[in-house]
Write a new protein. Structure first.
Length: 260
């Protein structure tokens, strides 16, 4: 789909999307991101913009959950004071959403201990009771539910419904100089989105090839809702959420963080 539009794309897997910001405009032209990555980069004075959306979170199709251990006795977010929560990244998008959910449930986030860990390790950490809860996403949420762990809800929906979960970002100067390349990038992603909707079986085969997950996991995964739309309003929702939990003091204009 990229080649048909004159784009020769090399895909580089990374462990943490936020680490790609320094490579934008150098080793990388476009990177996957969360809106928080863009907000934090801008707060640090870097010229980074969102070029299009990727996935959105909705009440009808939730990808994130705050999961409590089956033996923790925890059944609501309001019971997490003094507890330990596993997080994929301190101050990442799912973490900011969790902080917001805690605050709005009357729990002071400063009274909660957070431990960084990778998503694949969270199920075992919950089972071993090393953490009381974990900030999880699909496909791990489905596995954790199957293991009997407790769904405390989707903190992401505290930010908005729908809300941008992941997107694509680029160095601002590069993006403004290459609008045609970005337009072709978005067109290819829109074609891919349409393909996934029309060919669910083949899409899951491609997912299995790239992730190397077991067949039963691939079949049980709840696929995300894809959308290439990314507006200033989408970014503004995350700016306000980050400010509400005390993680942002800089004055930012959302309209300047999205490629027009």
């Amino acid at each position: 789909m990229f080649l048909q539009r004159g784009l020769d794309v090399d895909i580089m897997p990374v462990q943490n999307l936020s680490t790609t910001i320094g490579a934008l405009g150098r080793q990388l032209e476009i990177s996957g991101a969360t809106t928080i990555d863009i907000v934090k980069a801008a707060a640090g004075g870097l010229d980074v913009v969102g070029v299009c959306g990727n996935t959105i979170e909705t009440a009808a199709n939730m990808q994130m959950r705050l999961m409590a251990g089956s033996q923790s006795g925890i059944t609501s977010v309001g019971q997490l004071h003094g507890k330990t929560i596993g997080t994929p990244s301190i101050n990442g998008a799912v973490h900011i959403a969790t902080l917001l959910a805690l605050k709005r449930s009357g729990v002071d986030p400063k009274g909660v201990r957070f431990v960084e860990m990778m998503f694949p390790n969270m199920t075992d950490q919950l089972k071993a009771q090393r953490v009381d809860a974990a900030e999880s996403v699909e496909p791990f949420v489905s596995a954790q539910k199957k293991a009997g762990h407790i769904d405390l809800g989707d903190p992401m929906l505290q930010v908005g419904d729908p809300v941008t979960l992941t997107c694509w970002m680029a160095n601002g100067a590069w993006a403004r100089a290459n609008p045609d390349a970005i337009a072709r990038w978005v067109a290819a992603l829109d074609e891919a989105r349409a393909f996934i909707e029309a060919h669910a079986g083949e899409a899951r085969e491609i997912l299995a090839k790239w992730t190397r997950l077991p067949a039963d996991v691939i079949e049980s995964i709840v696929l995300p809702t894809y959308s290439t739309s990314l507006t200033a309003q989408d970014v503004s929702a995350w700016i306000e959420a980050t400010r509400e939990v005390g993680q942002l003091t800089a004055s930012l204009e959302a309209s300047k963080l999205v490629l027009k």
